[in-house]
Design a protein. Structure first.
Length: 728
């Protein structure tokens, strides 16, 4: 029988509440007053008499049942007990997230009872009277979200502790001497929680992997992956299986496919890309229209369902794009070779082929398996050069990315026509209410050792938009084709933004002179596009872009189609990147299955797979974000004596976040270290206000800072506040 904590909730509770808690925790076992008193560690006569009295009151209220004289059983699980998820804060408190509550329920530190972030728990909710905010106490941890944690080991004589850098992990992990393994003092390790005794302050664990020394490049990158449970290599048996796959192009297989090897085909990708999973083909038709093919690597041909390779790909869900490396979803033999649409090689593909007129309208469409031959591989910079020069009369010599070659007239003409049609497609999308998120991407120039030597920003140009529009067209039309058949499918959905989040966005952007029109759904979309366009090149661009994206709902995978708000599409899926996204593999399989006349697939099975894919995408995104943060901190370590101009990107009661204008690195100036006044937080202004000077530090203000501390292990960047920029 588990013993509840002595202090039940923040305030002293009545014996009735404590009795109900004990009986509910042991719903099938009757208790008498002596047993309840023993659990509560009470042995005085007064307390026992109170327990006897409250038991009789609860029985009279029919909340509990007297099974035989003096023995009581909870009548039914109390309506004050709920199941849900823990959302930890960085202050060792938490919120309980449950569908039964409109607002999250606050969980004080002493009521967590060993629950950790994202654990599934059972909670007793109290303070539910009108006018009082409900609070809760964790009664039982039903399911741990994770049991493996990354941290630094501190080895003592007979034991060790592992301390994590995760602000939401409020406890260290106790490691018995016999479970330290090969770890040495100060190593970065992965510790697995094995037990958490009832009265122990810390969970008990074992070291399952040593990642290396803190601050070392590979150690920290592997630590980022491990923090989110993401692998950085493939199991040997998976690699062996992949190596044995026959990747040769067979005539017998070509005969089953539409042969497009004689059609002009080329790829446009980032200059450092190693896998090319999409290609475009172009043909002018006699009726004045164009046949445009979007050809996608036929990963599902090689990735057979039920194999260990397929299981590993599903488990990963997605490739992970860290600053200095890619952790692929598929082994290299497939991702970089067999499935990669490399120039001058025949490849199996799954294609969406459209007949399109001069107005970029789709006249005819065809979906199916094909074989192609890529005539040319372009980097975005090279395609952009063709678009900008607009000269299709003579062969062009391209020498943009360190290589030099001649591009023939047909490819130049095709690129220019595709660009023209893409611009029409994009304009039509914007007119339909799509939102243009062209957020600035922070990129690093890395040396051979992976050390950052410089920062640059990646902006989307016409060549990027060209590829984007035709990929969007394929994704949309594939989803529409199956969706209108009312068959189970994997959609990429994006709900409308929450109005409260948009109001919060409005409150912030109004400080820069911008506004949102809330009259209609169309007006909201148009004003968001206007906002994103108006901030381009302004000091507040990255801040406003980020806040606008945060105000949106998160896109996810689902079999329930609600459309895609951000793209203004009624039907949308992911068909175009099966080398790096497992949902695209599922889409290929389902599409071929339905083309072959198959009946609607099991919706519940695919919904489960959709949820898994969405979860893995979220973990990969977090790891990618952490790797950028890590590299920014590493870069700033070498600039400690330099003064930077920054923009206040966040304001909290403990300080201001400042984003440096020239490199987008973000760090914190703590409120207690801003020396020119005593500042307090004003949540209505999103500002710190000086008590004496009344000086205001608010979102968007320009300030000068210096690096105070760049902690690679904790992924924290701290700034010295120098002064506000009053010259503007």
């Amino acid at each position: 029988m588990s013993k509840p904590p002595k202090n039940f909730g923040k305030k002293e509770k009545t014996f009735s509440e404590k009795i109900l808690k004990i009986l509910s925790q042991n719903a099938n076992k009757p208790f008498n007053y002596k047993q309840i008193a023993a659990v509560l560690e009470l042995d005085d006569t007064k307390s026992r008499n109170e327990i006897i009295k409250d038991l009789k009151i609860l029985a009279a209220q029919k909340v509990i049942t007297e099974t035989d004289p003096g023995n009581y059983l909870v009548k039914a699980v109390s309506q004050d007990y709920y199941e849900g998820t823990i959302d930890m804060t960085s202050r060792k408190t938490a919120y309980f997230i449950c569908e039964d509550f409109e607002d999250d329920v606050f969980i004080p530190t002493n009521n967590l009872n060993h629950a950790l972030d994202k654990d599934k728990v059972r909670v007793y909710v109290y303070n539910r009277r009108r006018g009082k905010k409900p609070e809760g106490e964790v009664i039982e941890v039903l399911e741990r979200k994770k049991t493996e944690f990354v941290g630094v080991i501190d080895i003592q004589k007979n034991f060790a502790f592992v301390t994590t850098a995760n602000a939401k992990m409020y406890t260290d992990i106790f490691i018995p001497k016999d479970k330290i393994g090969e770890a040495e003092q100060g190593d970065v390790v992965i510790a697995k929680i094995e037990d958490w005794p009832k009265k122990a302050d810390s969970p008990f664990g074992a070291i399952i992997k040593v990642l290396g020394k803190p601050g070392e490049h590979n150690t920290e990158i592997h630590a980022i992956l491990a923090e989110y449970g993401l692998p950085y290599d493939f199991p040997i048996d998976v690699e062996v299986f992949a190596q044995k796959i026959d990747t040769s192009i067979q005539q017998s297989e070509i005969e089953k496919r539409r042969d497009l090897r004689d059609t002009l085909t080329f790829t446009i990708d980032p200059k450092d890309a190693k896998d090319f999973d999409d290609a475009l083909s172009f043909k002018s038709l006699e009726n004045g229209n164009y046949e445009i093919g979007i050809h996608i690597a036929d990963v599902s041909y090689y990735l057979e369902e039920g194999t260990i390779l397929d299981e590993e790909a599903y488990k990963r869900g997605t490739s992970v794009y860290l600053v200095d490396r890619v952790v692929p979803m598929l082994p290299e033999v497939l991702s970089n070779f067999a499935c990669s649409l490399r120039p001058n090689e025949e490849k199996y593909t799954f294609s969406a082929i459209f007949e399109i007129n001069e107005k970029a309208q789709v006249i005819e469409q065809w979906f199916g398996r094909t074989v192609i031959f890529s005539d040319q591989r372009f980097a975005y910079e090279e395609a952009q050069y063709i678009i900008e020069t607009k000269d299709d009369t003579i062969p062009q010599e391209i020498s943009i990315t360190g290589k030099s070659y001649v591009v023939n007239n047909d490819i130049v003409a095709a690129t220019l026509k595709l660009d023209e049609l893409a611009k029409i497609l994009r304009r039509n999308r914007m007119n339909e209410g799509a939102i243009s998120f062209d957020k600035v991407e922070v990129k690093f120039n890395l040396n051979e050792a992976g050390e950052p030597e410089g920062v640059y920003f990646k902006m989307s140009k016409d060549a990027n938009h060209l590829i984007e529009e035709f990929m969007l067209l394929a994704n949309k039309k594939v989803a529409e084709f199956i969706g209108k058949q009312k068959k189970t499918f994997v959609y990429r959905i994006h709900d409308e933004p929450n109005e409260d989040k948009l109001i919060n966005l409005q409150n912030i952007i109004s400080k820069f002179g911008y506004s949102i029109n809330f009259k209609t759904k169309s007006d909201i979309s148009k004003s968001l596009n206007t906002l994103l366009n108006d901030v381009v090149g302004k000091k507040e661009q990255n801040l406003v872009d980020t806040l606008t994206i945060r105000s949106m709902s998160k896109a996810k995978y689902s079999t329930e189609n609600i459309g895609h708000y951000g793209l203004a599409f009624d039907y949308y899926s992911h068909f175009t990147s099966p080398i790096r996204r497992y949902p695209d593999v599922m889409v290929h399989r389902l599409l071929q299955y339905y083309l072959d006349g198959g009946k609607s697939a099991d919706a519940d099975l695919y919904e489960e797979k959709c949820q898994h894919s969405s979860n893995m995408e979220g973990l990969a995104t977090s790891a990618e974000r952490d790797s950028v943060k890590y590299m920014q901190i590493k870069y700033m370590q070498d600039h400690k004596d330099q003064e930077f101009l920054g923009v206040i990107s966040g304001v909290t009661e403990w300080g201001i976040y400042v984003e440096i204008v020239e490199n987008k690195c973000e760090g914190m100036c703590r409120i207690r270290e801003i020396r020119d006044d005593y500042y307090t937080f004003d949540d209505k202004q999103y500002a710190l206000v000086g008590e004496i000077s009344k000086n205001v530090l608010q979102l968007g203000d320009e300030v000068y800072v210096k690096v105070k501390n760049a902690d690679l292990v904790k992924k924290q960047l701290d700034f010295h506040f120098i002064r506000k920029n009053d010259s503007i």
